[in-house]
Unconditional design. Sequence first.
Length: 288
Amino acid sequence: MQIGILGNNYRDTTLLIVERIINRLEGRGVQVNICPEIYTGLPDRYRSQSHVSELKAFVGNDAFLSVGGDGTFLTSAALIGNREIPILGVNTGRLGFLSDSSIEQLEQSVDDLIAGNVEIERRSVLHVVSSDSSIKGRRYALNEIAVLKQDHASMISVEATVDGRLLNIYQADGLIISTPTGSTAYNLSVGGPLLVPESPSFVISPVATHSLTVRPLVIPDTWRIHLRIGSRSGNYLISIDGRSQTLQQLTELTIERARYDVLVVHTKGSDFMDTLRKKLLWGSDTRN
């Protein structure tokens, strides 16, 4: 069995957690492949072990541990891409909505992963294509794709067509297209609805719309979304899971469900509703 470890070394605790993972895997015949950012920071005693090596390629790994917060998980999912290798998130951040394992549960979560005592959830992914091929880097998002006005620009106009039919011309600061996974992220902050991860749907949510009658809309994830953007500044921002770049307003976008899913590992007994209550304080009554 091979397990890859992805993360960054921005936090001092990351290396300590990775050392705990290696110690847990030691003597179990598991090959541990660690991303360069973490591997170079490990003490020599770990790098000299025969079953620990620097990650050179994604092929051959049976699963990955993403050590960090939700941002690290999104980066890990982007790096793994369409390989559909299961990812277990180890949360070292604050909310950690995508990361199923806490630091306190680390050893048990690693044991469960090795033993196969886990559940694997398929999460849909968004794919965006521009009319002029001007989007740089990855064009896939696990959470959301958003078109936004630039910092000091006035609102933008977004003509949205879904399944070949005009939906609306939004006058707003932006428009978010979210997966069920991303419904608890940017979409939630603008008042969009939450979707259960298995929902075959996307959410279209405006950002600071200039209309009281426009609300977020849930659509089937089989529909293709086409966007035409107008801006007084002549350009706009596209954000793909938080990775932003500027596009010209003549650049049209087509967004649809990708042909692959991201596989998210959960320990058995983990439940989305329970996560809502614990991490988002769903239904919590704070009255004395």
